[in-house]
Design a protein around this ligand. Structure first.
Ligand SMILES: Nc1ncnc2c1ncn2[C@@H]1O[C@H](COP(=O)(O)OP(=O)(O)OP(=O)(O)O)[C@@H](O)[C@H]1O
Length: 460
């Protein structure tokens, strides 16, 4: 049938919604105007004679010779399915469930067994209908996802399970919800695609539509890998300060992820606004810092798999604000499990993330731990306090971390002076930020301590 692996996986997931994957497969095929006869011939090429007997009565007699195994299964199956051998001259009958008349449910139940061999990838000799898919396995080994070069069929199966409670939304529904991907609905563009504002089930949502770069297949596999990691994390880690994922869409022209719409935009954007009436006040800044720290310590301490979850890409662009300026951490594409408690770090094979937010031990020695997030969070605290960018080639110290830590004058010079007062609050944010960016990972506080320290900062 020449469907790609993503389409096949989305079809297989129907089983978890109580639907028949075969029915879905046949419906999609039927919408492409294929006929029962084509299905009959396809099955014959696969030598799947048992399946052919089920639809034999819908195909002209002259094709019956294609069933090489003879008729021995036919009579039993026909009897089981309550069919008679009435002649149907429906060579061009379209593949639609309704065309199976009163036998539709029975016929569509049979192919669970009958159609499975269709979805076997010959390229990598690996069955897409992996036994793991049929025996739900949890939790997902995130470490493996982070290291594999290509996303294998069984990885996708495994993650499709993890998406569990998150609903699949059809591409057409998303197209309608964004007024056919109207340019005016664009909220922003990221490395992997465009984020649109949409209305889905009378609810405002943000839809990240992943866009493929034709000439870069490896980019696509990275995109898929990160989206699936995100899907897993946002399904498994739910918290007031973690961005909720409402749904996902695969099988259409572009894979999409559907999130709660965060009307306040990203923290990065809000720190840079020029409109003085929209500037974030100091109590709000502190509240955002506390909320983000709370979300991050939740990831670090939940130990769902006996290990902390390290976000791996904490930055102001990935902290989104709701209409009341409550923060939620998003963009979990680079999240990975950290070390078990008896180890201080794990060695990773590749470095991901955003350079100005990453500590030396990770950049140079690929040592990965919760302390990577602590460091990144420290840089975010400097951004909140100063409203300066994490990187600027207009500064002597291009990285904000160096700019703040090396600053020799009065630290209040670095305060975002557009918002008056609250010097103590500013100093508190900077001091805690400095602890977070300490050079030696061991000396950096865990996020739970950072949270406690932030809760003690005076609003003055
Ligand atoms: N849930 C959301 N609600 C409102 N706006 C959002 C939401 N998610 C993303 N956006 C907006 O869309 C922009 C693009 O988001 P996206 O996550 O694709 O990229 P990014 O985080 O800026 O970059 P990258 O992920 O490539 O590092 C963001 O800067 C933000 O302004």
């Amino acid at each position: 049938m020449k469907y790609d692996i993503i389409t096949i996986e989305s079809i297989r997931k129907e089983i978890y919604r109580g639907n028949s994957p075969s029915s879905e497969l046949l419906t999609i095929w039927g919408h492409q105007n294929h006929t029962v006869l084509e299905l009959f011939i396809l099955l014959s090429r696969m030598e799947h004679y048992q399946a052919m007997t089920v639809i034999k009565h819908l195909v002209d007699d002259k094709y019956h010779h294609l069933i090489k195994d003879g008729d021995e299964h036919l009579n039993t199956l026909m009897q089981n399915l309550g069919m008679n051998k009435k002649e149907c001259n429906n060579r061009d009958l379209k593949i639609r469930p309704e065309n199976f008349n009163d036998h539709s449910t029975k016929i569509l139940n049979v192919p669970e067994m009958v159609l499975q061999p269709i979805i076997v990838s010959k390229e990598n000799n690996e069955s897409i209908v992996s036994p793991r898919f049929l025996q739900p396995k949890s939790p997902l080994p995130l470490g493996r996802l982070g290291t594999s070069k290509m996303f294998t069929a069984s990885d996708i199966s495994c993650v499709a399970e993890s998406a569990g409670a998150i609903p699949h939304i059809s591409y057409e529904e998303l197209q309608r919800s964004t007024n056919n991907w109207d340019n005016n609905a664009i909220l922003g563009k990221g490395g992997f695609g465009t984020v649109y504002k949409g209305t889905w089930k009378c609810t405002q949502v943000a839809i990240k539509r992943l866009e493929q770069k034709e000439d870069k297949p490896e980019y696509h596999s990275e995109q898929i890998k990160q989206s699936i990691t995100e899907l897993h994390c946002l399904n498994a880690y739910r918290h007031d300060n973690v961005l909720p994922l409402y749904g996902y869409s695969i099988g259409g022209p572009h894979p999409c992820l559907i999130y709660q719409y965060m009307a306040g935009g990203s923290l990065e954007h809000r720190l840079r606004v020029r409109d003085p009436t929209k500037l974030l006040k100091w109590p709000t800044r502190l509240n955002i810092a506390i909320g983000a720290a709370r979300g991050l310590q939740f990831l670090h301490t939940s130990m769902i798999n006996g290990k902390p979850l390290v976000h791996g890409d904490i930055k102001s662009a990935n902290i989104l604000l709701d209409p009341n300026d409550q923060p939620r951490i998003g963009d979990f594409g680079l999240a990975r499990e950290g070390p078990q408690s008896q180890y201080t770090y794990i060695k990773v094979s590749r470095i991901h993330g955003t350079r100005p937010y990453l500590p030396d031990e990770f950049l140079r020695a690929k040592k990965f731990s919760t302390k990577v997030d602590t460091y990144s969070f420290g840089v975010v605290l400097f951004e909140i306090a100063t409203s300066l960018g994490a990187y600027s080639d207009k500064r002597e110290d291009k990285f904000l971390k160096d700019h703040v830590v090396n600053y020799k004058g009065d630290i209040l010079d670095l305060k975002d002076k557009r918002v008056e007062g609250y010097d103590e609050c500013f100093k508190g944010l900077v001091e805690i930020g400095k602890m977070c960016v300490t050079k030696r990972a061991k000396e950096r506080p865990e996020m739970v301590s950072v949270l406690i320290l932030l809760e003690g900062v005076s609003i003055k």
